[in-house]
Design a protein around this ligand. Sequence first.
Ligand SMILES: [Zn+2]
Ligand SMILES: [Zn+2]
Length: 118
Amino acid sequence: MCDCNEQENVIDITNNHKAFQNGLIALDFGNWEKLMECSECGQLWKVSEFEKYQTLYAVKVPDLNDWEDVGDALIKEKIVQDRGGITEQECMFSGCEHKQVKDSAYCIDHLYETGTGH
Ligand SMILES: [Zn+2]
Ligand SMILES: [Zn+2]
């Protein structure tokens, strides 16, 4: 049996991304990420591909039609949480007034976009 049910909504699969994808079927491909479905329980997962992020994530996606956006929002939340929150400093990206994520020079949107990861 699969263990989708026991997994968190966002999980770090950096060290087991190959094993994690066993039993999953790719349904759609996005920008450095793909939509996969568990062949046993039908759970949808958005899975990060190599290269863009040094940390790879798998995210449970509730809605097939909105998988890229929903997944991004969940991954951003997880990154902020993993790094210990938001600081009072402004993002270094020119013109951006959002606050930096801890241990980063960027806000979460720019951190995520530039893929500077960890
Ligand atoms: Zn499953
Ligand atoms: Zn920013």
